[in-house]
Design a protein around this ligand. Structure first.
Ligand SMILES: Nc1nc2c(ncn2[C@@H]2O[C@H](COP(=O)(O)OP(=O)(O)O)[C@@H](O)[C@H]2O)c(=O)[nH]1
Ligand SMILES: [Mg+2]
Length: 239
């Protein structure tokens, strides 16, 4: 199955080239990388164009404004499906997700999982740089989502995933309104609700070394209120 790795970028000039070249070393013939850039002021989009001109496996989707991770991914998923991808991956462009783990996610999908989650919270998953407080906050967020959504999945907020194409063709992408971390929770929840098989594979999640995080209080707040809303919608048959 041909895979497309969707790589959303906003001001990732320091990371993009190394990330794309590293991915190139782990992908197979026919696999692609799709950079989805939201008009980054630092020139990430122009760098992506130069890389696409040089490297045949690279494509670029330019969007006119920063709207958050969710809308960027949805546009990327649509492009990847239009281009005939059999597997579609989500991945951060800041090396928090290790390009060397991509083949394991792909293998799990080819083994039969409809959605593979790169998971920090299953046995074998690690977050080497995080102190106790950050672990507590992230784990707390996941337990909150697990309880609210009655889910056994351990890492509902992670952003390293591999979907089989029919999953993205079945779920109503246009109905997904979440922008930040909530987008990760909402996509996984919708996939579970649609009856697909979700598998978690352990990953090591590292802190970014270059560039800046785009995380904000608004992104965290959205996840907090969106989770009970998702459950409510599911209970009332509107999800
Ligand atoms: N296209 C696009 N990419 C984004 C946006 N916000 C974040 N990203 C990218 O999404 C990935 C994860 O974002 P990051 O800021 O590292 O979030 P954090 O890991 O939660 O701190 C990175 O590749 C970012 O460049 C956005 O609004 N649009
Ligand atoms: Mg990050």
């Amino acid at each position: 199955m041909r895979a497309t790795v969707c790589l959303p970028t906003y001001n990732e000039l320091e990371n993009l080239e190394a990330m794309v070249r590293a991915l190139g070393g782990h992908l197979r013939e026919g696999d692609r990388v799709l950079v989805i850039d939201d008009a980054s002021p630092d020139g990430t989009g122009e760098l992506a164009d130069r890389l696409a001109a040089e490297l045949p496996f690279v494509g670029v989707l330019h969007r006119s404004a920063k709207e958050g991770l969710g809308p960027a991914y949805i546009a990327g998923f649509r492009r990847a499906l239009d281009e005939g991808a059999g597997l579609v991956l989500e991945m951060d462009c800041d090396f928090s997700h290790d390009p060397a783990d991509v083949p394991r996610l792909i293998a799990a999908a080819e083994d039969g999982a409809d959605l593979v989650l790169g998971s920090r919270y299953v046995p074998g998953g690690t977050i080497p740089n995080w102190g106790t407080l950050r672990r507590f906050i992230s784990l707390g967020g996941n337990i909150y989502a697990q309880i609210m959504l009655q889910s056994r999945l351990r890492d509902l907020t992670g952003g390293f995933k591999c979907f089989r194409a029919p999953v993205l063709q079945t779920v109503d992408l246009g109905a997904i309104g979440s922008k930040g971390y909530a987008f990760q929770i909402e996509t996984t929840y919708r996939v579970v609700r649609a009856g697909f098989r979700v598998v978690e594979v352990p990953i090591s999640f590292s802190d970014r070394e270059l560039g800046r995080s785009k995380m904000s209080k608004a992104i965290v707040a959205e996840a907090v209120w969106k989770v009970p809303l998702l459950r409510l919608r599911a209970l009332t048959g509107r999800l």
